[in-house]
Design a protein around this ligand. Structure first.
Ligand SMILES: C[S@@+](CC[C@H](N)C(=O)[O-])C[C@H]1O[C@@H](n2cnc3c(N)ncnc32)[C@H](O)[C@@H]1O
Length: 238
């Protein structure tokens, strides 16, 4: 995998976090090193393109745990100022290389910023929980909340809220299934849990994606894997 030579995070910036989180972090880094990135959508998310509302072009959009998602590019093409945070530097370097985008880098504390020179995209390499530059107008979360085990999700939600303006638009894509039958990631996040974090979200799409899901779900005999889109209640229709 390109970009890894001596440059991938060793995990040292995770020193002050609970041990389970370090294991999680190391697991994600290993996935990127070994190319085990089955969640990556080669053309980006259809659901984002269908449900992202009309908001001001210059809005600052936060994309936590962004991987090398092509949704970063799509959001920038809508005129937004896009910031993604991703643990794996391999993911970020690969994003820029595959799209043939130039970037400049700078280091701020334990984080490394990669700023695209031609589009308004900044990708930050490091632990999301270290990132503090808030004031975002919107959140796009696909594969982020569901990437985290239950004991980390409250921390994720609190940190994300701290980075968003009170009026921020939120679009989340989540998965619901029987967690007792299959282990994550991706983890199941049930509707009640979503509402406990964000009572003002509404579900605007719900579909069974079991046939397109990773084999482990069907191998466990599962027939339902519900993918939902959650959107801030007050957003204008597209
Ligand atoms: C399931 S993937 C989803 C990636 C992307 N959102 C997408 O839709 O393609 C979860 C990503 O979160 C990253 N990640 C996990 N823990 C993280 C953390 N603490 N800080 C930043 N990124 C993290 C992983 O490296 C991985 O790329």
């Amino acid at each position: 995998m390109p970009g890894s030579a001596g440059y991938e995070h060793s995990g040292e910036h995770l020193n002050d976090v609970p041990i389970g989180e370090i294991y999680m972090g190391e697991d994600w880094l290993a996935r990127w090193r070994e190319g085990r990135i089955g969640w990556h959508e080669a053309s980006g998310s259809d659901l984002l393109r269908r449900y992202w509302p009309n908001i001001d072009a210059g809005s600052r959009v936060l994309v936590p745990l962004c991987g090398k998602s092509l949704d970063l590019l799509w959001l920038a093409e809508q005129g937004h100022s896009v910031t993604g945070i991703e643990l794996s530097e391999i993911a970020i370097v690969t994003f820029f290389r595959e799209l043939e985008l130039e970037h400049q880098t700078r280091t701020v504390g334990q984080l490394q910023y990669f700023r695209c020179t031609s589009l308004d995209i900044t990708l930050v390499s490091g632990d999301y929980f270290e990132y503090q530059d808030g004031g975002f107008d919107a959140l796009y979360d696909r594969g982020s909340l569901v990437a985290l085990p239950p004991d980390m999700r409250q921390k994720y939600v609190a940190h994300t809220k701290s980075l968003l303006k009170n009026s921020a638009l939120q679009l989340l894509i989540t998965l619901e299934y029987d967690q007792a039958s299959v282990s994550g990631p991706p983890f199941a996040v049930q509707a009640e849990e979503i509402f406990s974090y964000w009572p003002d979200l509404r579900r605007c799409s719900q579909q069974n994606v079991i046939n397109e899901s990773p084999p482990k779900f069907r191998q466990a005999g599962m027939r339902e894997l519900i993918e939902s889109v959650w959107l801030t209640n007050t957003t204008p229709d597209r």
